[in-house]
Design a protein around this ligand. Structure first.
Ligand code: RUB
Length: 306
């Protein structure tokens, strides 16, 4: 495998590249690299190489439907075009240009989503978020650009402290931001007007899979009557959940929690948890604000358009 692709896979595993969108973008860039640098002499070997590389990329973070959906689209595109193109070089050009337009579409989707989300924020609001979601920070930065005055409370997110990425990014962008430990969610909720979190996966019933602690935040928000939104592109949907399959929750190395624990002590480190649809007021998507039970229909509509 190309050394640069191995580096991308390592960076995804180690969380140097984190958050569903950033991982999906890195995967599409890895596909471009793979195709450009391929020395395959036949359509079949180009296709087989793509399958091996995309399989390794998809396995780097198991709980990421956006990655899997994008890979599936690119693999299907390659398969269909193998029958149409006359030479390997023209097929390679087609795949590279498709991957680039895919990345452009993702950018356009995010811009729309940020616009819709920013309209939920009013002057004087306090917004609580959890972990680091580039989709959520995009919404908040858009609202700031539009001249809205608000405060953000960012939860630190054990064990890898991704909340600090959010807090640093927002405060560097001139947004009034306070970082708190995850355990402070309840104490600080009294001041909060709305919560906005990101998404790794959404299932066919509208349940959300996101950084562990998201479901706690949603339940605390409900107890305080605070609206709870999730900012998620439609491609975060896992189509297999319609047929009874479950999204697998990634369990990371327990050493991230405690690198040298006492002997016989069990330490667990699931990366994500499930927030039931009933705690979610709406998903903020590129197609607008939609209730959880409509996520599947909106995804299907988007697929049809593509
Ligand atoms: C990140 C996380 C984010 C989602 C959405 O977890 O849970 O909320 O991935 O991010 P991790 P985005 O740090 O383990 O990847 O909105 O950027 O897709």
């Amino acid at each position: 495998m190309d050394k640069e692709i191995e580096r991308i896979i390592d960076n995804i595993k180690s969380l140097k590249i984190q958050g569903a969108r950033n991982v999906a973008k890195a995967v599409l860039n890895a596909i471009i690299l793979q195709i450009k640098n391929s020395k395959a002499k036949s359509f079949d070997s180009l296709y087989s190489e793509l399958l091996v590389v995309t399989d390794a990329l998809a396995s780097a973070r198991p709980t990421e439907p956006m990655v899997r959906n994008s890979i599936k689209d690119m693999v299907n595109f390659t398969f269909m075009h193998m029958k149409k193109e006359k030479s390997i070089e023209s097929l390679k050009k087609k795949i590279v240009s498709k991957s680039k337009s895919y990345l452009d579409d993702m950018k356009e989707d995010a811009e729309n989503l940020w616009q819709y989300g920013s309209r939920l924020i009013e002057n004087g609001n306090v917004i609580m978020t959890h972990c680091h979601s580039s989709t959520v920070t995009g919404v908040l930065k858009k609202a700031n650009e539009l001249g809205k005055n608000f405060q953000v409370i960012a939860c630190e997110t054990r064990p890898r402290f991704q909340g600090r990425i959010t807090a640093k990014d927002l405060s560097e962008n001139g947004i009034d931001t306070t970082l708190i430990v995850d355990g402070g969610m309840n104490s600080f909720m009294r001041k909060v007007d709305l919560c906005i979190v990101g998404a790794d996966a959404i299932d066919s019933t509208g349940n959300l899979i996101n950084k562990i602690g998201t479901s706690t935040l949603a339940q605390i928000a409900r107890a305080h009557n605070v609206p709870f939104y999730c900012a998620a592109e439609l491609y975060k949907y896992n189509p297999l959940t319609l047929y009874g399959n479950r999204e697998i929750i990634e369990e990371r190395d327990s050493k991230e929690v405690w690198d040298n624990p006492p002997k016989k002590l069990k330490v667990r480190n699931p990366a994500f948890d499930i927030t039931e649809a009933r705690y979610i007021n709406a998903y903020i998507t590129e197609g607008g604000l939609i209730p959880p039970h409509s996520f599947l229909a909106a995804f299907n509509k988007k697929l049809g358009l593509r």
